[in-house]
Design a protein around this ligand. Structure first.
Ligand code: KIV
Ligand code: ZN
Length: 516
């Protein structure tokens, strides 16, 4: 007799990488990058994609709108403060989605009411009800969030939630906006809500935890144990300040410890690593090497005792396999004689969804690289795609560079760039060849930005490895990250610097960010 497969209750994954994640420093994306992330989130099996905050800027509106029209499997949510203008704008942006959701929110803590909103509890309650009703006129799927819930008076919070559900909210979200809660307390709050909101069974309980004290994932899990059935999270845990709960950690904890939680998600876990890499390659913000699940060392066993155990039996020191999160051994891909078909197959296996024009462009760069470098690895292909396909359309185009340096000669660089169709050439001396190149680029672009960080990584091993450079620039409070990859490290540095300057220009064009 065959054993019956146990059916686990599902927890919905609400991904806010494109909203809470994207609004954090260094993580801004352009519209094409956002669409690419949305496509990947759909492949990953995310239930709801929060695509953005449509009222925040025309750029945000356009991105949400494009994602809503394109994505078919995941639901698309648009964020709106609890007022008519925001809600109408959110609906305009998402109305073409197959499964649209309006997510409206207002603060409920006395601290926010007194100092930010300057409203009474009764006034906020009325606004909440009115807003849910307005959103409900547009779509049956309405999520309502009580911002700063964890510092709100519990009975008032429950009153607002009950009335929001009565008004039509189908999901009620309990945010730990400032990352203040600790797991026992947060779990108890969710349990309190299930007991004191009479109509709570008419809605799904969601949680949205920030990581200020490093507890976002733990708090989300405590909420799940106490009845939450939607978690809001982001890839790599990016988000406001210390970030949001990390999607990959929540998913892998629920899967690895199914025995304890008895719930599961619809996430295709083997797509986690490519999805994480997509975010780092678009934003240039790397995850720390020891980051759980997706860090470079997450599955690297260094200790002799551990290695000995692993060789004898994997279960001795491995609670999940790298393959289960899509982290395969860095493998030699294809050589210079490989055809476009093999290249496309590998690109797809790495989790990228490229159009035929993008593929053509990436394949040409791959061929050029294979001419210069004996072996081409997965990481090289990812770097090519980041460089040739994913980077924002350039305002500043890098054309050529000549550099001289040595133990006697003063380092000097001559750089040629194109801006608005005009070719400009400048030369500069520097403390080293990179400094000289940056100075020449700064003269051409007339940038006033400050270089905050300069990081060099070797993408793969060997002296012919591609170098990957990350630079962090700041201007007028805006911080951006740029990346460049090349077999010549000075070239990689110049490309990273120009990429960051382009991102800075894009960021300057964005308005109304940080509305709350
Ligand atoms: O952190 C927060 O409270 C939010 C809300 C908009 C859900 O991001
Ligand atoms: Zn948030």
């Amino acid at each position: 007799m065959g054993r019956k497969k146990k059916i686990f209750e599902q927890v919905k994954i609400f991904d806010t990488t494109l909203r809470d994640g994207e609004q954090s420093p260094g993580n801004t994306m352009n519209i094409q990058e956002k669409l690419r992330v949305a496509r990947q989130l759909e492949i990953l099996g995310v239930d709801i994609i929060e695509a953005g905050f449509p009222i925040a800027s025309q750029g945000d509106f356009d991105a949400v709108n494009l994602i809503a029209k394109t994505i078919k499997k995941s639901q698309i949510a648009g964020l709106a403060r609890a007022n008519n203008m925001d809600i109408d704008r959110a609906w305009e942006a998402i109305k073409k989605a197959k499964k649209p959701r309006i997510h409206t929110f207002i603060s409920t803590s006395d601290i926010h009411l007194k100092y930010q909103l300057r409203k009474t509890r009764d006034e906020v309650l009325k606004i909440a009800v009115r807003s849910v009703k307005r959103a409900k006129k547009y779509t049956p799927d309405v999520e309502f969030s009580t911002m700063d819930a964890t510092r709100s008076d519990r009975d008032y919070l429950c009153r607002v939630l009950a009335e929001a559900i009565d008004a039509g909210a189908t999901t009620v979200n309990i945010p730990d906006t400032v990352g203040y809660a600790v797991p026992g307390e947060f779990g108890e709050l969710i349990s309190y809500i299930t007991e004191h909101v009479p109509n709570i069974t008419d809605a799904t309980i969601s949680v949205h935890c920030h990581n200020d004290l490093g507890l976002a994932v733990a708090n989300s899990l405590a909420a799940i144990i106490n009845g939450a059935r939607q978690v809001e999270c982001t890839l790599n845990g990016i988000g406001e300040r210390a970030g949001n709960a990390s999607l990959e950690e929540i998913v892998m904890i629920l899967r690895t410890r199914k025995d304890l939680f008895a719930v599961d998600t619809g996430i295709a876990s083997e797509k986690i690593f490519p999805s994480s890499r997509l975010i780092t390659s678009i934003t240039g913000v790397q995850v720390q090497p020891n980051k759980a699940v997706v860090g470079a060392n997450a599955f690297a066993h260094e200790s002799g005792i551990h290695q000995d155990g692993l060789l004898k039996e994997k279960i001795t020191y491995e609670i999940m396999t790298p393959e289960s999160v899509g982290m395969t051994q860095s493998s030699l891909v294809i050589g210079k004689h490989s055809g476009s078909h093999a290249f496309r197959k590998r690109v797809e296996e790495l989790g990228f969804n490229l159009s035929s024009d993008e593929l053509k462009k990436a394949f040409q760069s791959f061929k050029d690289l294979a001419d210069k470098k004996k072996e081409v690895f997965d990481e090289d292909i990812e770097a090519i795609i980041a460089e040739e396909v994913l980077r924002a359309p350039d305002i500043y185009k890098f054309l050529h560079m000549n550099v001289s340096s040595g133990s006697i000669a003063m380092p000097a660089a001559t750089v040629e760039m194109e801006i608005d169709g005009k070719v400009i050439k400048e030369a500069a001396f520097g403390d080293g060849p990179v400094d000289a190149a940056f100075k020449a680029i700064a003269q051409i672009t007339k940038t006033k930005s400050k270089l905050l960080k300069y990081i060099v990584n070797s993408i793969t091993g060997g002296t012919d490895a591609q170098g990957e450079v990350t630079v962090r620039l700041e201007e007028g409070g805006t911080v951006v990250v740029g990346q460049g990859a090349h077999v010549d490290i000075i070239m990689a540095s110049a490309l990273a610097y120009v990429n960051a300057l382009n991102r800075l220009e894009h960021a300057k064009k964005k308005s109304l960010k940080g509305l709350f």
